[in-house]
Design a protein around this ligand. Structure first.
Ligand code: ZN
Ligand code: ZN
Length: 343
């Protein structure tokens, strides 16, 4: 099969299309004929060597995919060849620990990250455990299906479940033009919130408005807290869904209201931040985080998309050979929403 292989950490061109063996299946694993692979900033952080934990090279990147079941291991019960499926971002969780038993599989000590600890979706076929796959209804395309878990499921985890967003609250989404951002805006609207969206790109304002943001704030010289507070009626926002991390942390924290929940979702630079912790407790602000998507959260996202309550934003499609160029465009912030590699 054809795959985009990253032989070792390096610059964009380190990734190349190669012919590799089709993965062989364990008893509880499923081989999926991949129709589309989402491209995530996480992939860049692995490729460039910023993320190291659990990673061995050569590696097939990508944790976002959807397609048709090609073959199933002997112990697989819920899926058959020909079924349309979408996947979570992890595999090999134990299924038994307190996290697996309470719909928090991403915290399982045994789970492996797909396209990180294990070969992922930048390939014609990928293998993943049965528990990481859910049926994709006929109303949802493969291209939309490929981005449900990471680009949408993570925002559901952050805004609805960890952030506990209530109808009538005010939510700040940072990096609102990106793959998570455009879906975080929609998720906050689906929860009944007023949404204030922050971006650094004037070019992305129209897209962010089109997905439902009530106010779009374009940060100038990194500053946006005062404008966000004004848009939130003066005191600030109740929930922050922060898809950017260190570069915006100080301003986003300044934009919070009393009792706010600040949910860390993305970290683009890995730079440390320093802040006076009294800024949290004097206002009763909770600092929270989430990563990845549980099986039940993916099921909820599939239903939201199937019912037309949330629209996956796929803006561009590329071939495997374009992978180096796609990573470059992503790092240079020239991409909006999610883009796909089509096998
Ligand atoms: Zn991702
Ligand atoms: Zn477990």
């Amino acid at each position: 099969m054809r795959a985009v292989v990253t032989p070792h950490p390096g610059d964009y061109d380190v990734m190349r299309v190669a012919e590799v063996p089709v993965p062989t299946l364990g008893p509880r694993e499923v081989l999926v004929h991949n129709a589309a692979s989402g491209v995530c900033y996480h992939d860049h952080l692995i490729r460039v060597g910023v993320m190291r934990r659990g990673i061995t090279f050569p590696l097939i990147l990508g944790h976002e995919g959807a397609g048709t079941v090609e073959a199933v291991g002997e112990a697989v019960r819920s899926l058959n060849p020909g079924d349309r499926v979408a996947c979570t971002q992890w595999t090999e969780n134990c299924g038994l620990c307190r996290f697996c038993r309470t719909n928090r599989e991403p915290l399982c000590a045994e789970r492996k990250y797909f396209g990180h600890d294990r070969d992922g979706t930048y390939a014609e076929f990928f293998k993943i455990q049965e528990d990481s796959l859910l049926p994709l209804p006929p109303e949802v395309s493969f291209e939309d299906g490929a981005i449900l878990s990471c680009a949408i499921g993570t925002t559901l985890a952050a805004i609805r479940d960890v952030g506990g967003t209530q109808a009538g609250e005010r939510v700040l989404v940072t990096g609102a033009g990106g793959g998570l951002g455009v879906h975080a805006v929609q998720m906050a609207k689906a929860c009944g919130a007023t949404v204030i969206a922050q971006t650094t790109s004037r070019d992305k304002v129209e897209l962010i408005r089109s997905v439902g943001a009530d106010t779009v704030v374009v940060a100038r010289n990194g500053q946006f807290a005062d404008e966000v507070k004004r848009a939130a009626g003066g005191e600030g926002v109740d929930v922050v869904c922060d898809n950017v991390g260190a570069p915006v942390f100080d301003e986003a924290l300044r934009a919070t209201a009393r009792g706010a929940r600040y949910v860390l979702v993305g970290e683009l630079t890995g730079d440390p931040v320093t802040f006076n912790t009294a800024r949290l407790f004097l206002k009763g602000v909770s600092l929270l985080s989430t990563t990845s998507t549980s099986r039940t959260q993916l099921a909820d996202v599939i239903e939201l998309v199937r019912a037309g309550r949330l629209r996956p934003i796929v803006t561009e499609r590329f071939t495997f050979a374009d992978a180096p160029r796609v990573h470059r465009l992503m790092v240079e912030r020239k991409l909006s929403g999610r883009v796909l590699l089509i096998p």
